[in-house]
Design a protein. Structure first.
Length: 314
């Protein structure tokens, strides 16, 4: 079976010290998402969870966000910056091929920047450095870049990781620039950096479905959702599926509902393909680190190994 890259998708994690502007930046990308499109994408869309919320008066909140740029879907995975329990950061990073390292243009790298960057570098991911709040009167972007570079060196970054693209941004004002002197007024340079510097997800389009459960989400509508990136094949709503436990035993399950991410929501779809990040509802007994697989070809994926939980923020 041939490994290929799903050119229609990029999966990226966002890393930032608290208050450096992660939320504002994602909001800004969402607001400008879809503006720069080549032509309309027709999504196999069943129902937006917005409609569901209106219908049932419930809240459906997703951890992941997805935006589109030139018909490429960018899944943005949040990473907790604080103390890491049970490998939450590693699991988030296991779904992506690159990271956005957001650093305040005045404050520079801070403990949480270092904490998560270390894990991203260890996972061989290539960061794009976003110097945010470049609009601040007290911004010192050149020094901040030097500090970021020193931090990469200290953390043992490879030559390729050290060759990081830099984007200066004001998430608050909605612009991103490749040079400080630049006068660009939208986020296009950041979208371009994402699609050009982050590899499309490596996956196997043909072959029996396979996915590692990297995370769980919950809501009061469908209960538990198994979240992960599809490694191989396609998955369809209503399909019978194998849930492979840590010890290799196989349990039977059924894909009651299937979701992809769009904007801040999960959107129900009838099928999803390798490379995309999805949420599967209907598997009540599923746990993190287990494999979901084609019922007729239950092959287990390697479990993500995690060091002892780190409780400090050095
Ligand atoms: P998070 O904790 O990383 O999610 O940070 P937020 O997005 O909540 O931002 C923290 C604070 O920084 C808020 O008061 C934002 O309005 C402010 N902020 C975010 N981006 C910018 C920016 O580009 N420029 C300036 N001046 N302030 C910003």
């Amino acid at each position: 079976m041939k490994v290929s890259h799903n050119q229609n998708i990029r999966n990226v994690a966002i890393i930032a010290h608290v208050d450096h502007g992660k939320t504002t930046l994602v909001d800004c990308l969402l607001r400008q998402s879809g503006i720069f499109r080549d032509n309309e994408v027709v999504q196999e869309r069943v129902m937006d969870s917005n409609d569901l919320e209106r219908e049932r008066g419930i809240t459906i909140l997703a951890k992941n966000t997805a935006v589109t740029y030139k018909n490429i879907k960018i899944n943005i995975v949040d990473t907790p910056g604080h103390a890491d329990f049970g490998g939450e950061v590693e699991r988030a990073l296991s779904m992506v091929d690159g990271v956005l390292l957001v650093v305040d243009a005045f404050e520079g790298p801070m403990p949480q920047t270092k904490f998560v960057l270390r894990k991203a570098l260890e996972a061989n991911l290539h960061p794009i450095v976003v110097v945010n709040k470049a609009d601040r009167a007290d911004a010192r972007p050149h020094e901040v870049i030097d500090e970021v570079f020193d931090l990469f060196l200290e953390l043992g970054a490879s030559d390729e990781q050290l060759d990081f693209p830099i984007i200066y941004a004001s998430a608050r004002e909605g612009w991103a620039r490749k040079e400080i002197e630049d006068t660009n007024t939208n986020m296009e340079p950041l979208f371009e950096a994402i699609i050009n510097h982050i590899q499309p997800p490596a996956c196997i389009q043909d072959g029996p479905f396979q996915m590692l459960v990297a995370n769980l989400e919950y809501d009061n509508y469908l209960g538990k959702y198994a979240v992960g990136r599809i490694k191989r094949g396609i998955i369809s709503q209503g399909e019978n599926i194998a849930v492979i436990k840590h010890d290799g035993t196989v349990e039977k399950g059924k894909v009651a509902k299937l979701f992809i991410y769009s904007g801040l929501k999960r959107i129900e779809v009838t099928r999803a393909e390798a490379g995309d990040i999805i949420a599967v509802a209907g598997l009540t007994e599923v746990n993190i680190g287990e494999t979901l697989a084609d019922a007729n070809h239950p092959e287990q994926l390697p479990v993500i190994t995690v060091d002892e939980p780190t409780l400090t923020m050095t």
